[in-house]
Design a protein around this ligand. Structure first.
Ligand SMILES: Nc1nc2c(ncn2[C@@H]2O[C@H](COP(=O)(O)OP(=O)(O)OP(=O)(O)O)[C@@H](O)[C@H]2O)c(=O)[nH]1
Ligand SMILES: [Mg+2]
Length: 201
């Protein structure tokens, strides 16, 4: 996908700061350190647009990026990850409030991408999040991340296992690596399919 422009629009710590641009939005959700910021960067072919870190829990704000891809202009929302152990109750509550407010009431949100490390099994967090999105009728897709960490045979085996373990509504699963770039174009295609399915409704 030809990315013609990508820029950081705004980082928000509170719902009343969320941008109102009239553009459709794609959100990146998932456990801390799963690779949300890295995958966002890989999609727009920019190494350091969204901040990444090997220290889990780095992204504590919701950061919005404006991108022009092909003939479409979109916002990408990089959400803070859940599941980091070393945080206070207060910080956890503030994360929860920010993310829930976002998911509860964000009319421009058209696609929620739930990221899952290919080497890990789904936990209750992912299952609940997917159920929650389905209840609110937010179209979701699953991006399996860090596939470069496994050999191809093992990779295929894990993709099958994860798909099988998920018995919710039919979902697109896309296997990706931000490091090698594998699957990144497939993910764009899956996002586009969702966006055009919406437009056609
Ligand atoms: N090998 C490999 N490493 C990756 C890949 N994607 C991300 N990483 C690494 O995983 C770590 C976490 O990546 P981030 O993109 O910061 O993860 P995040 O989900 O945004 O994390 P939080 O912002 O803390 O929620 C970094 O050290 C990345 O370099 C990948 O596809 N392959
Ligand atoms: Mg991040």
């Amino acid at each position: 996908m030809k990315v013609r422009a990508a820029e950081l629009l705004k980082s928000c710590s509170k719902p009343d700061q969320f941008p109102e641009t009239g553009l459709l939005e794609v959100a990146f959700l998932g456990r801390s350190n799963v690779g949300k910021s890295s995958l966002l960067n890989a999609l727009v072919h920019r190494k350091r647009l969204a901040r990444t870190s090997s220290t889990p829990g780095k992204t504590r704000l919701i950061t919005f990026f404006r991108v022009e891809v092909g003939s479409v202009e979109l916002l990408l929302a990089d959400l803070p990850g859940y599941g980091w152990a070393k945080v206070s109750q207060k910080e956890r509550a503030s994360w929860q409030h920010l993310v829930e407010s976002y998911l509860e009431d964000r009319p421009p949100l058209r696609v929620a991408i739930l990221l899952q490390d290919l080497r890990r099994d789904f936990s209750d967090d992912e299952t609940l999040l997917l159920e929650w999105l389905a209840e609110r009728e937010v179209p979701a897709l699953v991006a399996l991340t860090k596939i470069d960490k496994l050999k191809p045979m093992r990779r295929a085996e894990r993709v099958r296992k994860l798909k099988k373990s998920f018995d919710g509504p039919a979902l697109d699963f896309v296997a990706t690596s931000s490091q090698s770039g594998q699957g990144v174009e497939d993910l764009w295609r899956a996002i586009y399919r969702r966006l055009s399915a919406e437009a056609g409704e």
